[in-house]
Design a protein around this ligand. Structure first.
Ligand code: CTP
Ligand code: MG
Length: 227
């Protein structure tokens, strides 16, 4: 049984800003892409990265190859798409035939501990078609209208916030991507839409997604300013 990780890294990072794609931003001297790839590379046989394809100024494919040099497993770089879902699909299309378990791990989650990655893989190996790391929601949740006026308080019992890596049987993930022409913010949503069960394993707060400048400050603090 062979395991591959897809790392969607083709986003522009509009909420972070800074003028370059988020995956190529440095965190304490190392790109988010490399850190996120390293988080999965020791647990898988291949990492396939999807990079921005639509810019003429910089060759992000070469930049990714350079960033991934010396990684713990073989890597491949493909051109991503206009949505996260399209980027994952582009990477899925180049997986070698022997791969039967696929992880999808955001390039924007550089600090996800390897123990969570291992737990996701183990649960798929144990027979779950889809597995995602989840954390209990701690804030009180409200539903609001367009003007910000509260409509109601949402009962957070049974609500979780989910992370990556999300792990799937390859055939399940391929079916899910073939079936859904829309745009989902995670892969599990596509699998759920087919009525296929998705299990959760405990996530880790360190696996938070770098979305805004605040997240970079937080991640660099967690790295102790060096590493
Ligand atoms: N992603 C991708 N292809 C896209 C859009 C997003 O591969 N067309 C990837 C991002 O590179 C990131 C992950 O999906 O690793 C999660 O997306 P998000 O955090 O939203 O990143 P961006 O889309 O880059 O950020 P923003 O939404 O702020 O522009
Ligand atoms: Mg985005």
């Amino acid at each position: 049984m062979s395991v591959a990780a897809i790392v969607p890294a083709a986003g522009s990072g509009d909420r972070l800003g800074g003028g370059i794609p988020k995956a190529f931003r440095l965190l304490a001297g190392t790109t988010l892409l490399r850190r996120s790839a390293d988080a999965v590379a020791t647990s898988v046989d291949l990492v396939v990265v999807a990079v921005p394809a639509d810019r003429r100024d910089v060759d992000w494919r070469n930049a990714a190859v350079a960033a991934l040099e010396g990684a713990a497993c073989p890597t491949r770089v493909v051109a991503g798409g206009a949505s996260r879902q399209a980027s994952v699909a582009a990477a899925l299309a180049v997986l070698p035939p022997d791969v039967d378990v696929v992880l999808v791990h955001d390039a924007a989650r550089p600090l996800m501990p390897p123990a969570v990655v291992a737990a996701v893989i183990a649960a798929v190996r144990a027979g779950a078609p889809g597995v995602i790391p989840a954390l209990a929601v701690t804030d009180t949740l409200k539903s609001v209208d367009a003007s910000g006026r509260v409509l109601r308080t949402v009962d957070r019992t049974g609500l979780v916030a989910v992370q990556t890596p999300q792990g799937f049987r390859r055939d399940v993930l391929e079916r899910a991507h073939r079936a859904d022409p829309g745009v989902a913010t995670d892969d599990a949503a596509l699998v759920e839409a087919l009525g296929i069960p998705v299990l959760t394993v405990p996530g880790d707060p360190a696996g938070f997604k770098i979305t805004t400048p605040y997240d970079v400050v937080l991640a660099e603090a967690l790295l102790g300013g060096g590493r």
